[in-house]
Design a protein around this ligand. Structure first.
Ligand SMILES: [Zn+2]
Length: 445
């Protein structure tokens, strides 16, 4: 009997030991692996335009195949590769969780960078380079959380999909949108995680650690406003100069403060955080905004100084808070412009805002994983001022979140699309750990 007991104990220890060992990743090792991967990934120039991501897709396919993960590859157009890897679930009925990131980056003017945009140098605790934050760095945290589920053989109740897409920086028509239109059956997720929110000690309010999980986006309305007038000789001013009309109208457009609508997610943010810091990010999420992005006029190239043209145009990028319809917004723009000679044309209209609920298993898992590691942190749903690929899933009823569970300063967040983009190197491993734990809680059997 005793012999048997001892035998049983020894056997069960043998059985348990590898499992315990396997469940505890070596985070130092993961950190150095992830940093090396991110450096290699940033060094692949995927500037968009031209937006060719072939080599980045090759890189990710190799990485995933080396781990023994099956990978599918699509091409929406030449150079527009899409990588899809799946960890299969048990098929218990729950739909998949999709981790999505974009491989393309915005262009970089190397002459304005102190460190090369594709050198991926690590210095001062930062990894510098185009895409370090937006969004190869975030993508790498997704990749390692995904790999850990696979390496540790976490039994999955639902599939976890890793999707890397091109084309996001120019609207996503040949990336996420193309996948949704052509291969939705391959995705069909209950949850999507993409870029959007983040943790920060100074972005939301100074001195308070806040993790914002994006649950909604503002509506994008790109407009062209066009003043039509009468051409003539510059020596004889007349009242039908379209430049005068356009300038005065644009001045009226901007001179009134933007309408500050009440939006439930913002109210929740303010209730949890207190007043938001005065910065362009927080200002943009609390109101509808207008940026004049181009002005075009004149006759000839270069434009003649002595000719009054017959047409002057501007493009304006409007981001409209949920609660205002496209028709209401155009009426508002029309009222502000207050000029009958000006026509408004909609160049692009984004989806109507849909708010993803917070009362879901994945949101709660993200929140509790953050709280486990940062007991003092405030976790809040948030709105992001920009658009992401994740938003298109919301219209399909998918619970779509935008979140990087690492801590980034306002400077790091603000460096996206700038001439000195970086990600703090110490943000990466904790982000992988929080994401891994939240995934495990959401998808494990
Ligand atoms: Zn991005």
């Amino acid at each position: 009997m005793r012999m048997l007991a001892r035998f049983c104990m020894a056997t069960s220890l043998l059985l348990i030991a590898p499992r315990l060992f396997a469940q505890t990743p070596d985070w130092k090792q993961i950190e150095s692996e992830a940093l090396t991967t991110l450096q290699a990934y940033v060094r692949i120039n995927t500037s968009n335009p031209p937006g060719d991501v072939t080599r980045a897709a090759d890189f990710l396919v190799d990485l995933l195949k080396r781990e023994g993960i099956e990978v599918k590859r699509y091409e929406s157009a030449p150079g527009r590769s899409i990588v899809l890897a799946r960890l299969k679930g048990s098929g218990s009925g729950a739909k998949a969780l999709l981790l999505e990131h974009h491989m393309d980056v915005v262009a970089a003017d190397a002459s304005r960078w102190v460190r090369g945009p594709f050198a991926a140098e690590i210095a001062d605790g930062k990894l510098w380079g185009r895409g370090a934050m937006d969004m190869k760095g975030i993508g790498v945290t997704q990749i390692y959380a995904f790999l850990l589920l696979h390496r540790l053989k976490v039994p999955l109740a639902r599939a976890v999909i890793l999707l890397a897409v091109p084309d996001e920086e120019v609207g996503g028509a040949l990336g996420a949108q193309w996948m949704r239109a052509n291969h939705y059956d391959e995705l069909d997720p209950e949850y999507v995680l993409d870029e959007g929110g983040f943790g920060s000690r100074d972005m939301f309010t100074p001195g308070k650690l806040v993790f914002g999980i994006s649950v909604a986006e503002k509506k994008i309305m790109w407009l062209r406003v066009r003043a039509e007038g009468v051409a003539g000789h510059g020596s004889q001013p007349h009242p039908m100069n379209p430049n005068d009309h356009l300038m005065r109208a644009l001045n009226r457009l901007l001179s009134e403060p933007m309408p500050a609508g009440r939006f439930a997610v913002i109210e929740t943010m303010k209730a949890r955080i207190g007043p938001l810091a005065d910065n362009k990010f927080n200002n943009a999420i609390q109101q509808s905004t207008i940026s004049i992005t181009s002005l075009r006029s004149g006759v000839g190239d270069p434009p003649r100084a002595n000719v009054i043209p017959s047409v002057a145009e501007a493009t304006i990028d409007c981001r409209v808070l949920p609660g205002t319809s496209a028709a209401q917004w155009i009426k508002e723009v029309e009222r502000r412009l207050a000029d009958q000679t000006i026509k408004i044309e909609v160049i692009y209209e984004g989806d109507d805002p849909v708010v993803t609920p917070q009362d879901t298993r994945f949101y709660r898992a993200l929140e509790s994983a953050v709280k486990r590691h940062h007991p003092d942190a405030v976790v809040t749903p948030m709105v992001v001022p920009y658009g992401t690929d994740a938003n298109g899933f919301r219209a399909k009823g998918v619970n779509s979140y935008g979140f990087f569970p690492g801590i980034a300063s306002a400077a790091a967040i603000g460096s996206m699309h700038g001439d000195a983009e970086f990600i703090p190197t110490d943000a990466i491993a904790p982000a992988i750990q929080i994401l891994f734990e939240a995934l495990r809680e959401t998808v494990a059997k």
